[in-house]
Design a protein around this ligand. Structure first.
Ligand code: AMP
Length: 213
C-alpha cells in the first residue's frame, strides 16, 4: 500500500506517519526530514535547501522530486510507503504518478488531515522535535515524560527554526496557494480520505487505522 499524507504544516502529518508506518509496516518518508538530514551532513543539497526552508518557501521541484524519487526506489519501500510532506504541488504529484505508473504501481490512498489555521499556528509554536529520531512532541498537548528529552530514544528536543511565528505564516500561505489544490486533485481521482485533524491525535489515528485496514 502506498499512502500520501496531505495537510497544512502543523496538521499532524508527522505524528500520524510515525504511528501508521509502524501499525501498517510501511516505510515513512518525510521530505522535510530528508532535507534536514542533508543540512546536518553539510551536503550541497542541504545547503541549497536551507535558504528556502528558512524563508518558509518550497525547495525547487527539480531538487525535491529527484531526492524523493530516489528514496522511494530503496528496498525498504518495496512493500509500500507513507509520504509525509510530498507532493506539495501539482508538478510533484504528476512526477510521482509517472514514476509509479512506469513501475506498475500507484498511490492507493491520500489522507487529508484538515485543521483550522489558528490551531495550526498554536500547534507549531509549541512543537518540539527530537534531534535524533525526529519524533514530534508538543509542550502542552503531547509533552515528553522527561522535559527536553525524547521518550523513544532519549535524544534532545528542539524547536525548528521555521516554527517561529513569522515563518509559520509564510509556510501556511505557501500551503494554501500551492499544496491545497492537491486536495481536489486527489478527490477527483477518488483517492481522498478526509479526517478531522482538530480532534486528538489518538482519535485521528484510530479513524485512519479503521479506514486503511
Ligand atoms: P516539513 O518538515 O514537511 O514542514 O518541511 C520543511 C520545509 O522543507 C518546507 O517548508 C520546505 O521548505 C521544504 N520541503 C519539504 N518538503 C518539500 C516539498 N515536497 N517540496 C518543496 N519543499 C519541501
Amino acid at each position: 500500500m502506498n499512502i500520501i499524507l496531505l495537510g497544512a504544516p502543523g496538521a499532524g502529518k508527522g505524528t500520524q506517519a510515525v504511528v501508521l508506518s509502524q501499525k501498517l509496516s510501511l516505510a515513512h518518508i518525510a521530505s522535510g526530514d530528508l532535507f534536514r538530514q542533508a543540512q546536518n551532513s553539510g551536503t550541497e543539497l542541504g545547503n541549497t535547501a536551507k535558504s528556502y526552508m528558512e524563508k518558509g518557501l518550497l525547495v525547487p521541484d527539480e531538487i525535491t522530486v529527484k531526492m524523493v524519487l530516489e528514496r522511494i526506489s530503496e528496498p525498504d519501500c518495496a512493500n509500500g510507503f507513507i509520504l509525509d510532506g510530498f507532493p506539495r504541488n501539482l508538478e510533484q504529484a504528476k512526477a510521482l504518478e509517472k514514476v509509479l505508473n512506469d513501475k506498475g504501481q500507484g498511490i492507493d490512498k491520500v489522507v487529508y488531515i484538515k485543521v483550522p489555521e489558528e490551531e495550526l499556528v498554536r500547534r507549531l509554536a509549541g512543537r518540539r522535535i527530537c534531534r535524533n529520531c525526529q519524533t514530534p512532541y508538543h509542550v502542552t498537548d503531547m509533552p515528553p515524560k522527561v522535559e527536553g528529552k525524547c521518550d523513544r530514544c532519549g535524544g534532545e528536543l528542539y524547536q525548528r527554526p521555521d516554527d517561529k511565528e513569522e515563518t509559520v505564516r509564510s509556510r501556511i500561505k505557501v500551503y494554501s496557494e500551492e499544496t491545497a489544490p492537491l486536495v481536489d486533485y486527489y478527490r477527483k481521482a477518488g483517492k481522498l480520505l478526509e479526517v478531522d485533524g482538530a480532534q486528538g491525535a489518538k482519535k485521528v489515528t484510530n479513524e485512519l487505522v479503521d479506514a486503511l485496514t
